[in-house]
Design a binder for this molecule. Structure first.
Ligand code: ASP
Length: 305
């Protein structure tokens, strides 16, 4: 209570920005936001170093999203406040990976499975998609993972991340087509083609058979495969992203995944600010009426605790 968060987003965001802000507010803090370069002094040529030091005088913790890989680490080098990476270009998105793992653990708990030895298929733009970069590293902390990496040839997972997973003793299968690859997956993690990161590269090469819809799920997945996506899913014609015809299928965990962003991000701040031991003491029930189910398509087992 009383702490202020600087929520600095120099790249488009809905989920990450709003959920970091909401998580901090739910803990009793206040949030100062910036959105986009245009409305910040970076548009006037200010360096990351100066911005970092200036904002540090205003707030107690900082979340940064920036289009350049490594930029958030650079931001952190110029302050002694906690800096959370909200996505650095094609680099990493660590809190997304934490909420993805939390989702996998919750879904698996319901299904009576554990994470060790799970078969996790990551599908789509694995080259530019920072969420899968962080997720493969985080899941590699478990034992005996079986990763299926499904991407067209130009959009494959960076070799360093594949090598790290192999070196940690996990199975990694890399394929360029969706068909035949997913059978047996415990988790299907789909990603959006990151058009904004492809200057001059041809996207026409992205084949339609990467579309994950009801038909693909029936052909390729198990009755208990957990289907995830960091969102947003690209709904523009020809995008071949995760299809809306799956909405209502209880395997589709995407909104359970987004809802999980709040408790996970609420957990991150008290740890970084050294007050996690106070959270339990200060919890209180909300006096207002909240709906038991948030969306009309939510699965009956989807509860907000
Ligand atoms: N929202 C995620 C990210 O910021 C995934 C995406 O944009 O496709 O990385």
């Amino acid at each position: 209570e009383g702490a202020v968060l600087g929520n600095l987003f120099f790249e488009p965001s809905t989920r990450t920005r709003v959920s970091f802000g909401a998580a901090f507010c739910r803990l009793g803090g206040a949030v100062c936001d910036t959105t986009g370069f245009t409305f910040s002094s970076m548009a006037k040529g200010e360096s990351i170093a100066d911005t970092s030091r200036v904002v540090s005088g205003y707030v107690d913790a900082i979340v940064v999203r920036h289009p350049d890989q490594g930029s958030v680490a650079e931001f952190a080098r110029h302050t002694h406040l906690p800096v959370i990476n909200g996505g650095d270009g094609t680099g990493e998105h660590p809190t997304q990976a934490l909420l993805d793992l939390y989702t996998i653990r919750r879904e698996f708990a319901r299904l009576g499975k554990g994470v060790d030895g799970a078969r996790v298929a990551m599908v789509g733009d694995l080259r530019h998609g920072r969420t899968v970069h962080s997720l493969i590293r985080l899941l590699s902390l478990y034992k005996g993972m079986r990763f299926q990496l499904v991407a067209p040839r130009s959009l494959e997972m960076p070799p360093a991340l594949v090598e790290a997973a192999l070196a940690a003793g996990h199975e990694v299968e890399q394929v360029t087509s969706l068909a035949d690859s997913l059978r047996g997956a415990d988790v299907l993690y789909a990603t959006r083609i990151q058009k904004e990161r492809m200057s001059g590269e041809s996207m026409e090469a992205y084949p339609a058979d990467f579309r994950i819809d009801r038909r693909a799920l029936a052909a390729l997945c198990r009755p208990d495969t957990v289907v995830m996506h960091p969102l947003p899913r690209d709904g523009t014609p020809g995008a071949n992203d995760l299809s809306t015809d799956l909405d209502g299928d209880p395997r589709l965990a995407i909104f359970r995944q987004t809802d999980n962003g709040i408790p996970v991000r609420m957990a991150v701040f008290p740890v970084l600010l050294g007050v996690d031991h106070l959270v339990g003491r200060d919890l209180r029930d909300a006096p207002w009426i909240a709906p038991g189910r948030l969306g009309p398509g939510d699965a009956p087992f989807h509860r907000i605790d």
